[in-house]
Design a protein around this ligand. Structure first.
Ligand code: FE2
Length: 288
């Protein structure tokens, strides 16, 4: 497996100023306006994890996946081309735009753009978050996970596994698959749906108190969408909140690690949460 982790996410929004406020006041993420009017949000020593640009749609423009080296990127490009996948090597200008040393990109069968990169810029200094939080669990686990709704579930799942090299951690009732590329239980999940697009991005904190204080910040702003709960498969304690774009962030702690060398795919039969994660509508809390 050559993909190591989720390095960054590219987002499109009409609500750029709201994203800066949301990032700083709720998630604690310092923002930086790049010269061309896009907003970069940092989570750690990396130059950014969220690359948010003005667009007519609210959603995900691309996912950036990290490989270890120039040699791994070249090998992955070679394998993909041999498998008949159209892979485009990024120009020096595109790499500078993404702040990576090298990048190539492709489009999966659902239409989502995946960027394969190495050498994302970092300053290797501790990051001062904009709220009093302990910090985010990134490193080899990457920035978190993304859950994507797709119409062509089987085709897209086969592509991610057979062609990009993700491994299936769990499946759920034949329409959700959780995929890993490092010890994080899943870095991407697919959901079969007639309403395709980004469902949520999960960020994982260092402490439960970080989850609690961010819950309070979201609760004050009436943007909590699902109550605190623990997922049954990845064991993360989390809640969900609405971003300025309308899709959700899952904000959690204590997600399990998988043994990437020895994991056997599981089939989740029961509910996706051991407790909690009730949907919130307005000021009411409904049982999910
Ligand atoms: Fe999630």
């Amino acid at each position: 497996m050559r993909i190591r982790s989720l390095a960054y996410a590219g987002l499109s929004t009409r609500e750029l100023p709201s994203w800066e406020t949301f990032g700083a006041d709720v998630l604690g993420l310092p923002g930086h306006w790049a010269g061309d009017g896009r907003l970069l949000l940092r989570m750690d020593e990396r130059a950014y994890r969220f690359d948010i640009r003005h667009g007519d749609a609210e959603g995900l423009s691309w996912l950036g996946w990290e490989v270890a080296s120039a040699a791994d990127l070249a090998a992955l490009e070679h394998d993909l081309a041999a498998a008949g996948v159209t892979v485009t090597r990024a120009s020096a200008a595109e790499c500078a735009d993404r702040r990576v040393a090298g990048m190539a990109w492709l489009v999966d069968p659902s239409g989502l753009r995946h960027e394969l990169c190495y050498g994302q810029e970092a300053d290797f200094r501790p990051l001062r978050l904009t709220r009093p939080l302990s910090g985010y669990r990134t490193g080899e686990h990457g920035m978190g996970h993304a859950v994507i709704g797709v119409r062509n579930y089987a085709e897209t799942l086969a592509f991610l596994v057979d062609t990009l090299g993700f491994a299936v951690s769990d499946t759920f009732k034949g329409f959700i698959a959780f995929l890993h590329c490092n010890p994080r239980h899943h870095s991407i999940a697919l959901v079969e749906t007639d309403e395709p697009g980004l469902r949520h991005i999960m960020l994982e904190t260092a402490t439960l108190d970080d989850v609690g204080s961010t819950f309070d910040a979201a609760f004050d702003r009436r943007i909590v969408t699902r109550t605190l709960g623990r997922h049954s498969n990845d064991r993360a304690v989390s809640f969900y909140l609405e971003t300025p774009s309308g899709w959700e962030i899952e904000y959690g702690w204590d997600g399990m690690d998988v043994d990437t060398a020895g994991w056997s795919t599981r089939q989740l039969a029961g509910p996706t949460s051991l407790w909690g994660h009730h949907h919130v509508t307005g000021t009411e809390i409904k049982t999910s």
